[in-house]
Design a protein around this ligand. Structure first.
Ligand SMILES: [Zn+2]
Length: 475
């Protein structure tokens, strides 16, 4: 089966064929590092990294690049606000970014280029734009002349006239056209600055992504992704800069995720409803937040509400309990080698779910459908664990493997570590205690058995005695 991706450039689902065989170059616009990132920012970071994991599952060799915008008005203002310097602010919030990204189990990129570490490359790039007649200088500022790039508007599907009409009427007579954008900004007093042929100043925002993506991935690469709010002007401007310089196609597949709202309202400072991952992590674990973010198709809008996130929490708990029980039975001696009808049926379900998972992911990586296979299988497996007398080890291991391969390796859901965090006891420890209690019961040492039961209850673990031995549940 082949992977199809929706390309914003053509507004169509297209078969994904990388430029160079199994090599894939992928660039995702990263954060401006002046604050903790919120759940809306988290969506592109998380979903596109799931796509990368899926591409790796399909044996592609992915080079994944995500930038840090570490110089920007926002960074400078934050530094002023806190009486700090721009580089200290950036350094701190890059560290905070990694802390939250690790909490969400977002895999690390291969490269995290920073704007301030590429000033020389950026200056060279702007010089080339100038040589080719795409840039002009006014009082130390350098602008991109949009009227010179004939394909301008091809990503956002707007004509120059439409863009003109939509452009905010800024009275900036220094620009040739109102929609021309800045490539190099002359510094104001007290601002951080770098020397350049035009002025002491700093790069504009759009130019860093053009420069750093081509540096790590080449002039033409496979996938460029980000939030849909970046289509215009950011990504449109990246295309204008890069294709003007190289004369080649810039990114081949443009992927954009939909908006995230909080209680059906746009997140904004003025409403005061900005929800950071750091805040959310006080109440929910990483897998719950992951489940929530993957529960809608990445191109659809997603609404955050307490009900939604609680539902995700319950869903993850269902899987946690299942995985624990599966592990418990796989280590139990009361397991049969015989394959009865129930075992055969469950084997078939696993195979069906695998196919369904892959089919969903191949269809423009439809994570809600892929996720649903985890729960359909959970339902069948729970019935099997509860009712089947001759539980078969091979099939139990096959189910465990399904969750590792698709739940953890691709969707990034962590099951066991989550258990230990919730119960404050490592999973193996719970296993040992249950085994010790089983032994005590066997020798009719009810006092010890009860003590262990109480100890487990104290950390939120309920034991249920079944015909096959004890089973575990979170209270
Ligand atoms: Zn970008």
């Amino acid at each position: 089966m082949s992977l199809k991706l929706y390309n914003t450039l053509t507004r169509k689902k297209e078969e994904f064929i990388p430029l160079n065989g199994k090599q894939v170059g992928m660039y995702v616009c990263g954060p401006t590092v002046y604050n903790f990132f919120h759940i809306g920012n988290a969506r592109p970071f998380l979903v596109f990294e799931v796509l990368r994991k899926y591409l790796q599952y399909k044996k592609y060799k992915v080079t994944y690049v995500s930038n840090f915008t570490d110089i920007d008005d926002k960074v400078i203002n934050k530094a002023k606000e806190l009486g700090s310097s721009y580089d200290k602010i950036a350094e701190r919030f890059i560290a905070e970014y990694f802390y939250d990204a690790d909490f969400l189990n977002i895999g690390r990129a291969d490269f995290y280029p920073r704007a301030t570490e590429h000033i020389t490359d950026i200056i060279k790039f702007i010089l080339r734009l100038q040589e080719k007649g795409y840039a002009y200088v006014v009082d130390g500022d350098v602008y991109y002349d949009v009227s010179k790039f004939k394909d301008y508007g091809k990503l956002s599907k707007q004509s120059i006239d439409e863009i003109k009409a939509g452009a905010r009427i800024e009275v900036d007579e220094r620009k040739k056209n109102p929609y021309d954008f800045v490539l190099w900004k002359k510094s104001k007093e007290g601002e951080p600055e770098w020397s350049s042929p035009w002025s002491f100043g700093r790069p504009g925002w759009h130019i860093e992504c053009s420069v750093m993506s081509s540096k790590y991935l080449g002039d033409t690469f496979d996938i460029h992704a980000g939030g849909e709010d970046l289509i215009f002007p950011h990504h449109e401007n990246e295309i204008a800069q890069s294709e003007a310089v190289s004369g080649k196609i810039f990114a081949r597949y443009w992927l954009h995720n939909g908006y995230l709202k909080i209680d059906n309202k746009k997140m904004s400072k003025s409403i005061g409803n900005i929800l950071t991952i750091r805040e959310l992590s006080q109440k929910y674990d990483g897998s719950t937040i992951r489940h929530f973010l993957l529960s809608a198709h990445y191109r659809s809008p997603l609404n955050y509400s307490i009900e939604q996130i609680e539902q995700s929490k319950n869903s993850i708990e269902t899987l946690n309990n299942l995985i624990f029980n599966l592990n418990f039975f796989s280590q139990s001696k009361q397991i049969h080698k015989k394959i009865d009808e129930d075992s055969k049926k469950l084997t078939e379900t696993v195979d069906r779910m695998k196919d369904a998972f892959i089919e969903a992911m191949d269809d423009d990586f439809n994570t809600p459908i892929a996720l649903s296979t985890l729960f359909l299988l959970a339902k069948e497996t729970n019935i099997y664990l509860n009712k089947t007398k001759n539980k078969n080890l091979e099939i139990i291991n096959k189910v465990i493997q399904f969750y590792e391969e698709f739940g953890t390796n691709i969707l990034g859901l962590k099951f066991s570590s989550q258990l230990s965090r919730q119960t404050m006891l490592p999973e193996t420890e719970i296993g040992h205690l249950i085994a010790a209690r089983e032994r005590a019961r066997k020798y009719k040492d009810w006092e010890t058995a009860d003590k262990i039961r109480e100890k487990l209850l104290g950390v939120g673990v309920i034991i249920e005695d079944t015909a096959d031995g004890a089973r575990w549940k979170k209270s």
